[in-house]
Design a binder for this molecule. Structure first.
Ligand SMILES: Nc1ncnc2c1ncn2[C@@H]1O[C@H](COP(=O)(O)OP(=O)(O)OP(=O)(O)O)[C@@H](O)[C@H]1O
Length: 622
């Protein structure tokens, strides 16, 4: 996304993910079960940790039984040594419980950090293999938030709620069994809230899933806005838009706050009910139990044991509300993760049919567009194609300039050669081989591209240039920097080792463009596709780059998008693109003579869009 785009962002949007599936369409359990391939390698340690936690939690249920023994035994018999023994057992139980919980944490911490890292690496690798059309469609903040916050939520779920939902369920069942065994009547009183609680939990899960999805998407939008504002900070300041931008940001954060409050309200509601109903049941059991003890129907020890068992179950029951909430958030995070992972990657296979059909033109026949038609993937099927009926032959070793009004489709046409997008009809061949018949790696070694927007990465000058050819020798890097007239790198603090890019030294537009050009030519590719590569250079530097570039172009087959006559003069021939169609091909002089539209475009009187240029051409003809 360009910086210009960043500032025109409508902050009120609720953009990507494109059409998120409605929550609840797939159950949380089903969604979370998709994590199994990632959890599988650590299943033994995870299960060991869960069993440890179950043992630790159930040890808590032994306390009341020891208490009962102390009250009904040594206390009733006034036996101090028995009381000390009981106290010692309680202390040992407490220490054992603490140690076991510590062991559980130790068992899972490292493997689950590994699961999170593995998922993140998979997501990153997948994003690298996704077609450009996918990145056109998805807001960067949505992808960022999925790779960071969502994966953290998943790790926390595996470490805590998943284990404790199991641990607490086992503890509650065991505890209720202990209660019923001690006094079935009082046990049933405590069991009474179970059914309404289950109904409440079910309803809560549904509402919370919806709110949690909304919140996580809104956080993604917020991330996008922050990222775009940082990238576009110069334009925001330059246009004095920081106040309105801040206001729009505040509104979006208010929306996130509102959704978080909805979640908090839902959680508070269920926590209230989950606490209230068992407390009521416990109060009732306490009254009934006390009456039974007074009537002599129940021993005091049994009542103490009964109540302390019930109290030991308070935490497992009360925690269910937020464990469910965390599980729902993890289900949403997992769903958001797999929404990206489920998108199909670029097909690495070559098209067999195209491979068989290719080769008939023979070697060194250059770059050919044959009946090419292209429509962007999100365009309506019946819309006018962006490019249509493109037949163009750039002979081996020839440089063809591509000229056309703004919006006529020049960038789109250049993007088809390295298969950033695939043609919707027709074919493109390199030395007679259909580009779809080549493995992408081979294609992208054969074709080198320089885009209008010279993006550099946070790395040294040399590493940025080497992206064009990782195996280039230092001499080749020097030569490429020479072609791009990037001698300014010698004056940088650490020469070619100087860090540039987002976190590095700031370079001027022209300097960045020259480094990007060096990156393109370093591998001496057979085919070069340059999208207006000299637009940011002053006339003297442009002339020097052109002189050097001419030597490179002599050995390559090149397609060069050009807006200025000086760039056009690099080319042997020129193709004129009007509204997505090639309307003329010839030398610069021929087109100056024969095409009014071309004359108009080359006259340099301002910027024209495709329509203006065509109209101006018509007018000039008339
Ligand atoms: N990713 C995209 N998705 C949908 N439509 C697009 C996309 N990129 C460009 N377009 C549309 O395709 C048309 C051609 O755009 P393109 O960028 O190829 O023009 P161009 O000739 O290179 O213009 P310029 O000289 O201004 O760079 C435009 O109408 C543009 O709106």
């Amino acid at each position: 996304m360009t910086t210009e785009d960043a500032t025109t962002t409508d902050l009120d949007r609720s953009d990507a993910p494109p059409e998120p599936p409605a929550p609840g369409r797939e159950s949380a359990v089903r969604t979370l079960s998709r994590l199994w391939p990632y959890v599988r390698p650590v299943r033994a340690r995870w299960a060991g940790a869960a069993v440890t936690a179950v043992i630790a939690s159930c040890l808590g249920l032994v306390f009341p039984l020891v208490l009962k023994w102390i009250v009904d035994g040594p206390v009733t018999d006034r036996d101090p040594s028995g009381v000390w023994l009981g106290a010692g057992v309680l202390l040992a139980l407490g220490v054992a419980e603490a140690l076991l919980f510590g062991l559980r944490r130790w068992l899972v911490a490292r493997p689950l950090a590994g699961v999170e890292a593995g998922m993140r690496a998979d997501l990153y690798g997948h994003l690298q293999r996704m077609p450009v059309a996918f990145h056109d469609k998805w807001a960067s903040g949505q992808l960022l938030s999925r790779a960071t916050t969502d994966l953290m939520v998943v790790r926390m779920f595996l470490a805590f709620p998943l284990t404790f939902l199991i641990v607490n369920a086992v503890t509650i069942v065991a505890g209720l069994a202990v209660l019923v065994v001690q006094d079935w009547g009082l046990g049933l009183v405590l069991l009474a809230p179970a059914v309404p609680l289950m109904a409440v939990c079910y309803r809560f899960e549904h509402g919370y899933a919806e709110a949690s999805r909304r919140a996580q998407d809104q956080v993604g939008d917020l991330t996008t806005v922050v990222e775009e504002s940082v990238l576009g900070i110069r334009i925001i300041k330059g246009f004095g838009r920081h106040r309105s931008q801040a206001r729009a940001f505040r509104e979006l954060s208010q929306t996130v706050r509102g959704t978080e409050l909805t979640k908090a309200r839902l959680l508070a509601g269920i926590l209230g009910i989950i606490t209230l109903l068992p407390e009521l049941a416990l109060g009732t059991a306490l009254v009934l139990g006390t009456v039974q003890v007074a009537d002599g129907d129940l021993s005091a020890g049994t009542l103490v044991a009964f109540l302390s068992t019930a109290l030991a179950l308070r935490w497992p029951i009360e925690s269910i509300g937020f464990l469910l909430a965390m599980s729902q958030e993890a289900a949403t995070a997992t769903r958001r993760f797999f929404e990206v992972m489920d998108e199909s990657e670029e097909d690495p296979r070559v098209h067999e049919q195209a491979a068989r059909a290719g080769g008939r033109d023979g070697a060194r026949s250059g770059l050919r567009f044959e009946g090419v038609e292209f429509r962007y993937p999100d365009a309506a099927p019946d819309s006018v194609p962006t490019l249509a009926r493109i037949d163009l032959h750039i002979r081996s070793g020839e440089t063809m300039a591509l000229v056309g009004a703004t919006g006529s489709g020049k960038t789109t046409l250049t993007a088809l050669v390295p298969r950033l997008y695939d043609v919707t009809a027709g074919r493109i061949t390199l030395d007679g081989r259909d580009v779809t018949a080549m493995p992408r790696e081979e294609l992208r070694t054969l074709v080198s591209v320089a885009f209008e927007e010279p993006t550099l990465f946070s790395a040294s000058v040399e590493a940025n240039v080497r992206m064009g050819a990782p195996d280039a020798t230092p001499d080749e890097v020097e030569r490429a920097l020479g072609v791009a007239q990037a001698d300014f790198v010698r004056r940088l603090p650490e020469g070619t080792a100087t860090e540039v890019g987002e976190q590095g030294l700031s370079l001027s537009g022209g300097q960045r463009q020259r480094l990007a050009l060096a990156r393109t030519v370093v591998g001496e590719p057979r085919f070069l596709v340059l999208d207006d590569p000299l637009s940011a250079l002053d006339v003297h530097t442009e002339a020097a780059v052109e002189a050097a570039l001419r030597r490179v172009l002599a050995d390559s087959t090149a397609l060069v998008v050009a807006h200025r006559p000086s760039t056009v003069l690099l080319a042997d021939r020129v193709a004129l693109l009007s509204d997505g169609r090639i309307t003329a091909v010839g030398t610069h002089q021929e087109l100056l003579r024969s095409s009014a539209e071309y004359r108009h475009l080359m006259s340099g009187d301002g910027d024209h869009d495709a329509h203006d240029a065509a109209e101006a051409g018509e007018a000039a003809r008339a």
